[in-house]
Design a protein around this ligand. Structure first.
Ligand SMILES: [Mg+2]
Length: 226
């Protein structure tokens, strides 16, 4: 593998030890959207249509939703085991760290701040000045084409794709692997993720300790670092 200059992480299920930052909100309101999720995964609905339907469901439970309600959904979410150590070691090697997530910006931004990453992008909601939810924000990160954002990150930072490694936990995350770059599949517990990774011929880490990605990226175990 050529010199690594940047690692781009997915957030939900990779840097954050949660399933999905959207599902966290459903858990809070006691709603579910399995049918829309299935249609979304078949690319029959867009990110924006998906969010609009979620917001409709949540507002059927609670008419007015405040930003603080959404923040509360994430109060129990922890960093993935080893995430802090991995990001610190990458930074100590002057390797850039970014997050490209189609998850909710309120969580992703918190994780980004905790880990002091260099750049991040995510989706989310629009709130009015008093913090009440208006609806979904226009899509920034397209779940099925996260590569757009990885390309933008590469362009802005003048990085050759061959120096970029992306890390994701779901099939659609493979779209982060822009032409010439590498990918590591991590924690593939979502339906179809492991098959998608195997089919794509990328390394797969089935543990839930992020330090395990060190070996496929650098060819040595993390325990030998620091
Ligand atoms: Mg994920």
């Amino acid at each position: 593998m050529p010199e690594v200059r940047a690692v781009v992480f997915d957030c939900d299920g990779v840097l954050a030890d949660n399933g999905s930052s959207w599902q966290n909100i459903h858990d809070y309101f006691g709603t579910e959207n399995k049918e829309m999720l299935a249609r979304f995964l078949r690319k029959e609905v867009t990110d924006e249509e998906f969010v609009a339907d979620d917001v409709r469901l949540w507002k059927s439970v609670q008419e007015k939703i405040h930003r603080d309600d959404i923040m509360r959904c994430y109060s129990g979410v922890k960093l993935m085991q080893g995430a802090r150590e991995v990001v610190e070691e990458l930074h100590s090697r002057s390797i850039m760290v970014a997050i490209v997530s189609s998850g909710v910006d309120l969580l992703v931004g918190t994780i980004a701040q905790m880990l002091k990453v260099d750049d991040w992008a995510a989706n989310g909601f629009e709130f009015n000045e008093e913090g009440w939810m208006i609806g979904g924000m226009p899509t920034i990160v397209n779940s099925h084409d996260k590569g757009q954002m990885v390309e933008k990150f590469a362009r802005i930072n003048q990085l050759d794709p061959s120096t970029i490694v992306s890390v994701g936990d779901s099939g659609p995350d493979l779209s982060m692997m822009i032409e010439g770059s590498s990918f590591v599949g991590f924690n593939p517990i979502r339906a179809g993720a492991k098959d998608a990774f195997t089919k794509a011929g990328v390394p797969v880490i089935e543990s839930r300790d992020l330090r395990e990605i060190w070996n496929p990226i650098f060819g040595e175990d993390f325990s030998n670092q620091g």
